[in-house]
Design a protein around this ligand. Structure first.
Ligand SMILES: [Zn+2]
Length: 185
């Protein structure tokens, strides 16, 4: 029996909850269906959004401006704290306290979302030439979001380096609640 590494490793934190697995479009059987259903859900959400506009917008009239408005609209459902330039935690990936800066959609989620909608648009009969999700203004917008979020949170959105497991310092932490660190003064 080897029970060495049974520490509860937290599931890797990140923006991957509703986002597509970060690999490109490699169809792995299990991820494919998840991707497909997510894509369908996104497409329906977007269609809903368009039909809620006054006046309602048909998918064939939809252009990149609608898409950009949609992305901004989604920010209210975001879960990523993005600090204002004036916030004391600006640039800190793990702020020690709360602040009033808004929650937004993480860049990675938006980027993945656009990828899914872009595919869905063409699967639903849209022409690649008129695909609003492929427009350069969307790319520019996403790049701005990425850069500003990278600065605001201090995390460059590049490849994450793999860190070696830091499990050496953690003995059975499950039932040793008595080790309260004492301050020496
Ligand atoms: Zn803040």
């Amino acid at each position: 029996m080897s029970m060495d590494n049974r520490g509860k490793e937290p599931i890797q934190e990140g923006s991957s909850r509703s986002a597509v697995p970060s690999g490109d479009h490699l169809p792995q059987p299990t991820q494919l269906s998840r991707y497909e259903s997510q894509k369908r859900r996104d497409w329906n959400t977007f269609g809903q959004y368009l039909s809620n506009q006054r006046p309602p917008v048909g998918i064939s009239q939809c252009n990149s401006t609608h898409v950009l408005e949609f992305l901004r609209y989604l920010d209210q459902f975001g879960k990523t704290k993005v600090h204002f330039n004036g916030c004391v935690y600006f640039g800190q990936p793990e702020p020690p306290g709360p602040c009033t800066c808004p929650l937004k959609q993480a860049w990675g989620s938006l980027d993945a979302l656009i990828g899914r909608l872009r595919a869905a648009y063409e699967e639903n009969g849209g022409l690649p030439e008129t695909n609003p999700f492929a427009s350069s203004s969307i790319r520019v917008y996403l790049r701005e979001v990425r850069d500003s979020q990278a600065k605001a949170r201090g995390i460059p959105y590049k490849k994450k380096k793999k860190r070696p497991n830091r499990s050496l310092m953690k003995p059975n932490s499950s039932n040793t609640s008595s080790s309260i660190p004492l301050h020496q003064s």
